[in-house]
Write a protein of this length. Structure first.
Length: 172
């Protein structure tokens, strides 16, 4: 009977780490929605600046690569708990920006959101799988290089194909 109610930390960690990662990601999504809903109209002016600015490859790659680099750094340090923080912040930023684009774009918000957030939308499931895989596994330089290549590929597709198409749509 004592074994039934006794759950040590390592055993609990192995059993529920995937559930905890999903809860952190969902909490980030919901918190992004909550913060966006509580923001005032001045946020719309800031979000509209994204449509008039030019796309730089450095900015685009930072949006794509930085979450992965933080994740790889957490795995390299053997601190998988930091992956929960990275997933929360990534989900928060994704939902906050997505809702801002939806609000500023009117009836074309769904298309504009998919085109502006292409890199984040495509890379989010890949990054989530990386987090799942490395909650207990050690750092692998070869796997990190492969993920970095995927980041660069997604960022390049966005820069060369998606962003020019979006610019033609906006400029009409």
């Amino acid at each position: 009977m004592a074994r039934l109610f006794h759950l040590s930390f390592p055993e609990w960690w192995r059993k529920y780490r995937s559930v905890l990662l999903a809860l952190c990601y969902l909490a980030g999504l919901f918190f992004g929605v909550f913060v966006f809903r509580s923001a005032d109209e001045r946020l719309d002016l800031l979000m509209r600046g994204a449509f008039s600015g030019t796309v730089s490859i450095v900015g685009l790659l930072c949006v794509t690569i930085l979450p992965f680099l933080f994740s790889a750094f957490a795995v390299f340090l053997s601190r998988p708990v930091l992956l929960f923080l990275v997933s929360f912040v990534q989900a928060f930023a994704f939902s906050f920006v997505s809702l801002g684009i939806l609000r500023c774009s009117g009836s074309a918000g769904w298309l504009t959101r998919w085109l502006l957030c292409f890199s984040g939308s495509v890379f989010a499931p890949v990054l989530y799988l990386y987090w799942q895989r490395h909650l207990t596994r050690p750092f692998s330089g070869l796997e990190a290089a492969g993920m970095l290549s995927v980041c660069l590929l997604i960022g390049s597709i966005d820069y060369c194909l998606i962003s020019p198409f979006l610019a033609r749509l906006i400029n009409g």
